[in-house]
Design a protein around this ligand. Structure first.
Ligand SMILES: NC(=O)c1ccc[n+]([C@@H]2O[C@H](COP(=O)([O-])OP(=O)(O)OC[C@H]3O[C@@H](n4cnc5c(N)ncnc54)[C@H](O)[C@@H]3O)[C@@H](O)[C@H]2O)c1
Length: 260
């Protein structure tokens, strides 16, 4: 019983790199997709796509989260899966990072994810079960200089996922996190490339597979974890990171003999 034909999914952050790739993949797989973002202009790509409906919403608003769940139910007859993928990334050191930026990160990345889960649960129960998948980050599993604020919100959502999975598993609702490593061609990676080009271009050497990931590679993991094919998987935080967080930190990964 792993068919997704006719099932419906809400994907937030759908105007961005990973969210769009996820919507496109899941629509091809047969899901009915509600693509959600706060950026109406960048959601315009959905106009030309079959099986994908769009909604403009701010995930830090409780009312918006409830509205998109209601819209998915009235448009598609129910909600079978929710992929809470929207997030902000703001970086800087611990001494002088603006506290208002920290508050924004918490409001969107942590509180927004919690609001998304709370809005989705009644709809998933009405359907007799389903899945919630949160896009966390490799920064939800480990830390880096300048990432304490973003990373703390991503560690927190991993904690939420693990606890809620234990609370609602008996109801047939699975709750998981997917933790992307460096993923190119997204709003977040473009910002990183502009702000720190040397670090951006040197980073591949620290990744065992020696390259940045593609949004489609993260989308494949999100679509699988959200689907009935992953029916016995819940409460996990799965890295999709080319091996980035596999190391002890003592030595760099092996590189091809002809690389310098
Ligand atoms: N790109 C990477 O290297 C990387 C690595 C680890 C984790 N991630 C995570 O992947 C997810 C997707 O990010 P991406 O890389 O595609 O970046 P992206 O910037 O391309 O996409 C993020 C999207 O979220 C939307 N968004 C932000 N705040 C919102 C709000 N309040 N309400 C509704 N929408 C909002 C933005 O408009 C944007 O379209 C995020 O959770 C991010 O933290 C990305």
């Amino acid at each position: 019983m792993t068919s997704v034909e006719g099932k419906s999914v809400i994907v937030t952050g759908a105007a961005g790199g990973i969210g769009r790739a996820t919507c496109e993949l899941m629509a091809r797989q047969g899901w009915k997709v509600l693509a959600v973002d706060r950026d109406a202009e960048k959601l315009a790509w959905t106009d030309a796509s079959d099986g994908i409906r769009s909604a403009v919403a701010d995930i830090s608003s409780e009312a918006d989260n409830q509205r998109i769940v209601a819209e998915c139910e009235s448009a598609f007859g129910g909600v079978d899966a929710v992929i809470l993928n929207a997030a902000l990334s703001l970086n800087g050191g611990i001494d002088d990072f603006p506290m208002e930026d920290f508050d924004r990160l918490v409001a969107v990345n942590l509180r927004g994810t919690v609001l998304g889960i709370r809005a989705a649960l009644p709809a998933l129960r009405r359907r007799g079960g389903g899945s919630i998948t949160v896009t966390a980050s490799a920064h939800g599993l480990g830390g880096d200089v300048g990432f304490w604020a973003y990373s703390s919100t991503k560690h927190a959502v991993v904690g939420v996922v693990k606890c809620v999975a234990r609370e609602v598993g008996w109801e047939g609702i699975r709750v998981n996190a997917v933790c992307p490593g460096p993923t190119r061609a997204t709003g977040l990676s473009t910002e990183f490339e502009e702000q720190a080009p040397d670090v951006f271009h040197g980073l591949a050497k620290a990744i065992p597979v020696q390259r940045w990931g593609e949004p489609q590679e993260v989308a494949a993991a999100l679509a699988f974890i959200a689907s009935p094919a992953a029916s016995y998987i819940t409460g996990i935080a799965m890295p999709v990171d080319g091996g980035t967080i596999s190391g002890s930190g003592c030595l760099p990964p092996a590189a091809a003999p002809d690389s310098n």
